[in-house]
Design a protein around this ligand. Sequence first.
Ligand code: SF4
Length: 400
Amino acid sequence: MDKEFLHNVLRAEIRERKIPLSLGKTCPVKCTFCYEKDHSYRKTYETPLTTQEDWDFIFNEIKKIPTRKDESWVLGGNEYMEWTDLPLHPKALDWIEEFLDNTDKNITMFTVGYANPERINKLAERHPGRINFELSVITLGEARKKLMPNGPSKEQVLQILDGPAVTSANFYSFGPDTMSEDARRISRINPKVLLWMGCLTPLKYIDPDTTALMRFGKKFLADEARKIYDYNLPNTMMIHTESDITSFLNRNKIIKTFDACELEKKDTVVMAGNVHRILTMFRRNRARYLYVPNATLGGDSNCSTLLTFSDVSQRITNQTRIYLPKVILEKSSDVEMDIAGESFDDFKARFPRCTFKVLNKVNSGLSNRKLYEKGYLKNYVEDYLGNPLSKKFEMTASPN
Ligand code: SF4
């Protein structure tokens, strides 16, 4: 890759507030659940291993961008590059340190645990509140070896947790006494870390064994969550990974936003299964709901914010006007495009006989805000599991 081209890719990532280091290869950890196993839905470029010279370029470009309050720079490009576990880069911690020492910007990093515990904890002490460290524990239970054959040891993960660096630890249900046991164990070591729990959703390229394990885990989500609720742990606890649960907990806002869009009965509006269920249950026949499956991601994915134009295209028949939620066009900060990188203009050009109207109120700002507001374990246990309406919601037939 020539330098100028590389610089353009790096700049594009930096515009999206990414710190685009590269391992120069696919991620060596090879987790069986990795959502980057197949990233063919978006265009990525094979960037070489980041050298000192590349870092100097990246850091200079970042420093030119004014700091915005509440903004955090993510370690790793994932718009035009492949996502990898970047603390594996031999210089990653040196460069993180340089970034923190020489800017007033915050950093977000994700890792399955490849960061020197002593060093990262020292850095966090020196820069309180500036490192948002999301540790992907996944599981400390029996399934760990199978899911993360090259992952760090449990001991290493627990050592990182034993200090101020980690802000949130994510782990999931894979059956009885999995998520609940991990919650207890992690909380004992670190009662301050945010516990981020739920299930992993199988996508179409995840192998059958891993898919079966994820689905098995989902069957026990309710039991596991109730147990944790009863443990009354001191940590902040969130359930974040189930789009149906999230939309049920936010049903009032979804309905209010839908009403505010003032659609007519004959208007066609695009949505994935999670929102379709809500509107079928609470606003039946108030518009024509064009159910669009998440065909690009496939598997059990059921989320309106992850729809692509290609998914929508497959469901268009003879409509002349279609309303689209704005979330579909919001991958990039400067061009309207979907998560696969197709621009809205290219999509529209494919359907010259149809007019597309954007529902601006249905945007990612709203969906992210709601995801967090109602994403607590307490909401799930009290307002979802404890609400008889949720049974009816679960029984609402999935659309075809
Ligand atoms: S460490 Fe992260 S990027 Fe690497 S294989 Fe595992 S999940 Fe994927």
